[in-house]
Design a protein around this ligand. Structure first.
Ligand SMILES: Cc1cc2nc3c(=O)[nH]c(=O)nc-3n(C[C@H](O)[C@H](O)[C@H](O)COP(=O)(O)O)c2cc1C
Length: 182
């Protein structure tokens, strides 16, 4: 393995108009960038305009760009909004829209919702196993009631900082280890 820094994508898991996920993703990125241990970038599913899986030809440039982006990364932090006790349809479609590009990589989860997005995060863990993505244990959970003002302006409690760094420690360690398999 060379001395290149690991590349970690911070994947915004919601695409709806008015979503809060960019605020959460930027917060994670700002913490991550201070560490200097990897190259962190925001990966916004909305920008890729992915077709709904199976409805097109499968040859859409958006699908190729998405696979190229995922393929270029060594690990992920999924920013997970809870919709009906699970992940968003947009995130599921984005996960389904690549396969080999996900394999043998690591991921952390940062979730939010009325119960910290815990139910969505646990659903996501099952999906990640099928994609051969190793999900780390530490999982920062943000409350819509106490970490947001009016459910829309992100004001995270200080206590989450330790957890985000602990999660990133694990993602970086496992991303490096799994790179040796690819
Ligand atoms: C279709 C839909 C279903 C939702 N279901 C849940 C839910 O089951 N549990 C929960 O805690 N929040 C639920 N919420 C609230 C979302 O967690 C909240 O709106 C959050 O801001 C969504 O993230 P986003 O703004 O990044 O899209 C739901 C929101 C939507 C739009």
């Amino acid at each position: 393995m060379g001395n290149e820094k690991l590349k970690i994508g911070i994947v915004l898991g919601s695409t709806r108009q008015g979503r809060v996920s960019p605020q959460v993703g930027q917060w994670v990125k700002q913490i991550a960038d201070q560490r200097g241990d990897a190259e962190y970038e925001i990966v916004d599913i909305a920008e890729f305009k992915l077709p709904f899986l199976g409805e097109g030809t499968g040859q859409e440039p958006a699908l190729a760009s998405w696979n190229e982006k995922i393929g270029s990364l060594d690990g992920f932090v999924f920013i997970v909004a809870e919709y009906n006790h699970s992940i968003t349809g947009a995130l599921k479609n984005a996960l389904d829209s690549a396969r080999d590009a996900w394999n043998n990589k690591a991921a952390g989860i940062v979730s939010y919702g009325s119960t910290g997005g815990a139910r969505a995060a646990e659903h996501l863990r099952g999906i990640l196993g099928e994609l051969l993505i190793a999900d780390v244990r530490v999982h920062p959970t943000l409350s819509l009631f106490t970490d947001f003002e009016n459910y829309s302006t992100f004001k995270p409690s200080e206590l989450h900082l330790t957890n985000v760094n602990a999660m990133l420690d694990q993602v970086v360690a496992w991303s490096g280890a799994l790179k040796t398999l690819r």
